[in-house]
Design a protein around this ligand. Sequence first.
Ligand SMILES: NC(=O)c1ccc[n+]([C@@H]2O[C@H](COP(=O)([O-])OP(=O)(O)OC[C@H]3O[C@@H](n4cnc5c(N)ncnc54)[C@H](OP(=O)(O)O)[C@@H]3O)[C@@H](O)[C@H]2O)c1
Length: 326
Amino acid sequence: MKQTFGKTDLETTKIVYGCMGGAGAFGAQEEQDSIDALRGAYDVGINFFDTAEAYGNGYSEQLLNRALGDKRDEIVISSKVGAQNLAPDDIMAACDRSLKNLGTDRIDLYMLHWPNRNVALEDSIGALKTLKEQGKIRWYGVSNFGSDDLDDAMALGDIAVDQLPYHLFFRAIEFEVQPKCAAAGVPIMCYSSLMQGLLAGKYRSLQDFPVDRARTRMFDHRKWADVVHKEEGAEEAGQELLDALWQMTDQTGLSMEELAVGWLKSRDAVGGVIVGTRNGEQSRGLKKMLDIDLSHDILASLDQASDRLKWELGADIDMWGKGRTR
Ligand SMILES: NC(=O)c1ccc[n+]([C@@H]2O[C@H](COP(=O)([O-])OP(=O)(O)OC[C@H]3O[C@@H](n4cnc5c(N)ncnc54)[C@H](OP(=O)(O)O)[C@@H]3O)[C@@H](O)[C@H]2O)c1
């Protein structure tokens, strides 16, 4: 089933396929698996594909073209310009590169991937407006913009989306930016919906999570080599949530992915729930994500189970470290 995406004329599925893992973000990846994953997502009915120039330095966009170039008119493509390229000339050049990588003449939704404090936002949004007038992009928006940044962006242009980290292990957007998006009619695309696999029902303990993925603020920097933040994390509350989720899978007969994605689908202002997979088999599992619709009681239990962690991690919307967003 498709929906109209916010104020745009894009007709999209609420489940969005995330192309980052296909470019090797989660370790060695066979190209054929990435192609099968993309085709598998299309085959189960997903029509919305999210990529970025940053994913494999354009390789993810090229893969999307290789896998689904022949379906271009049937799919909606979102891509992002990297924070280092937000000066107007750089945005124009980045967009041309992305169009070439994607083998298309337009990007449906084009986002500023992260804020860049060294470039005037007015100039970046001005470039996005020019790209829209030229027909190279159809709509534009932002990603990783907190409440104040989003205010600034909305004052400058017609922002069609804010792509943000949002899942049961990270509810920081609920404090400020999500209510703002709801009031302004700006849809949220949630990323890391499965917390990079922690919500895919594979791990009983946080300690089993791969060290290169245990990088969010939930993890204690003293224990994990790959974290960049300097916080003590909230692992006790995180483990409590993981235990509660396992218990709920037993009680409801639903998989952890269904609980995680079903919960996101029900949240205010959520216009897209991005999920990434590594191969065709995982993508076929996305069929049930399109269909899942959780009961009020299950949703309430999920709210309650994740509430302690939400408060311990607080309102900074940056999942990886504090102070970069506002
Ligand atoms: N705007 C931004 O700054 C930003 C940042 C991050 C991500 N994103 C977007 O969000 C997308 C997804 O987020 P994410 O990459 O963080 O990952 P995610 O969707 O939270 O998790 C992906 C992982 O979940 C596991 N998985 C998925 N389906 C599964 C299944 N059926 N069975 C078992 N395991 C399954 C796989 O783990 P294994 O690898 O262990 O198999 C996969 O790599 C990205 O591709 C990108 O489009 C945006």
